[in-house]
Design a protein around this ligand. Structure first.
Ligand SMILES: O=C(O)CCC(=O)C(=O)O
Ligand SMILES: [Fe+2]
Length: 341
């Protein structure tokens, strides 16, 4: 039994590989420990232009200061892909409103003309909604997604090697049209969303493989490692990205890696918090088989979380659509009426 963890490890991604391009055993050991025992860590040295992180956060903040009318021009209720703007308090987590507003975006691809009834999640491919009068937002957000796609792929390679798999084990699932998702988020506090209470975003696990989160300096993100009762803080750390693992990795590894539960407490009255989560995710039609773990690791696999209100599905498309339908009931009723009761 491992001792309870009280902090989230910090790894330097710039030291992940040696001069020959191989992942170093020090990095892999630290990564395996963080991924298995905490399910959350932070990475520094992930690349990107100097100042790119703060510029993005500043641009996001500027967008959320636009008049509501301009934000609502991007209303996600018009989007079968759940892309665009969600008003304060309209996203639901754990059955409760979150005190945040956001833009959801993804790879900009033409929607399918025909979505097969047995693969409704293919309807999630489509276009983004961006403010025409504020082109800086699309530019900064898409540039960030490009960088995060590289970081996500690199971390997934390292995680694969750390659990005894070939570096390219998951590459096929991501080939061609990886369905990554980005969010630009603004949290408010002080009872601005009365029905949310102090819930910034309610406790949840992420759906995909690897989440890469840029948070500003306000704080409020907390995680609950497997088997622990205490929540631990993920302190804002300049130059770092927060990394956590999603449900697809939990399913694939039979719980050796876990989609660790996390939440955000709303900021104090008058304080705004901004964050940019990025979910590195495979193609919508990817189905992830269980992996063969080395015996020493398989002995520590905990099984997949058995939460009847949140079944974990091996089909990525099905798993992510489940999440969208639950979090955005109004958009779901409009565009997927046959799937919502
Ligand atoms: O904003 C944060 O710090 C975390 C957000 C989050 O967990 C999510 O959107 O899935
Ligand atoms: Fe999350």
């Amino acid at each position: 039994m491992s001792t309870p963890r009280t902090s989230v490890p910090v790894l330097d991604l710039a030291t992940a590989r040696d001069a020959n391009g191989h992942f170093t055993s020090e990095f892999l050991d630290a990564l395996r420990d963080a991924a298995h025992n905490v399910g959350f860590f932070q990475v520094t040295g992930y690349g990107g232009r100097p100042g790119q992180d703060q510029e993005l956060l500043d641009t996001v903040a500027e967008f959320f200061r636009l008049p509501l009318e301009d934000r609502l021009a991007l209303d996600n209720r018009t989007s079968a892909q759940f892309r665009g703007y969600t008003r304060l308090g309209k996203e639901i987590t754990q059955g409760r409103a979150d005190s945040r507003e956001q833009i959801d975006y993804g790879p900009d691809r033409a929607p399918l003309e025909y979505v097969p009834a047995d693969q409704p999640y293919l309807g999630l491919q489509g276009h983004n909604q961006w403010p025409a009068g504020f082109p800086e937002l699309e530019k900064a957000a898409m540039e960030w997604a490009e960088l995060m796609s590289h970081v996500g792929a690199e971390l997934l390679s390292a995680i694969s090697v750390a659990i005894g798999l070939p570096e390219d084990h998951f590459d096929e699932a991501f080939a061609g049209t990886p369905a990554w998702m980005g969010k630009l988020v603004h949290y408010v506090g002080g009872g601005v969303v009365p029905e949310a209470g102090t819930q910034g975003v309610g406790s949840h696990a992420d759906y995909g493989f690897v989440t890469l989160l840029l948070q500003d300096s306000v704080g409020g993100l907390e995680v609950k490692p497997y088997g622990q009762d205490e929540w631990i803080d993920v302190p804002p750390t300049p130059g770092a990205l927060v990394v956590n693992l999603g449900e697809m990795l939990e399913v694939a590894t039979d719980g050796y890696l876990m989609a660790t539960i996390h939440r955000v407490t709303a900021p104090p009255a008058g304080v705004d918090r901004y964050s940019v989560p990025f979910f590195w995710s495979p193609r919508l039609d990817a189905v992830i088989d269980k992996v063969e773990l080395p015996a020493s690791l398989a002995a520590d696999a905990r099984g997949v979380s058995d939460d009847p209100s949140n079944p974990m599905l091996a089909s990525y498309g099905q798993n992510v659509l489940k999440g969208w339908l639950r979090a955005h009931p109004e958009t779901a009723r409009r565009h997927y009426p046959e799937l919502v009761r």
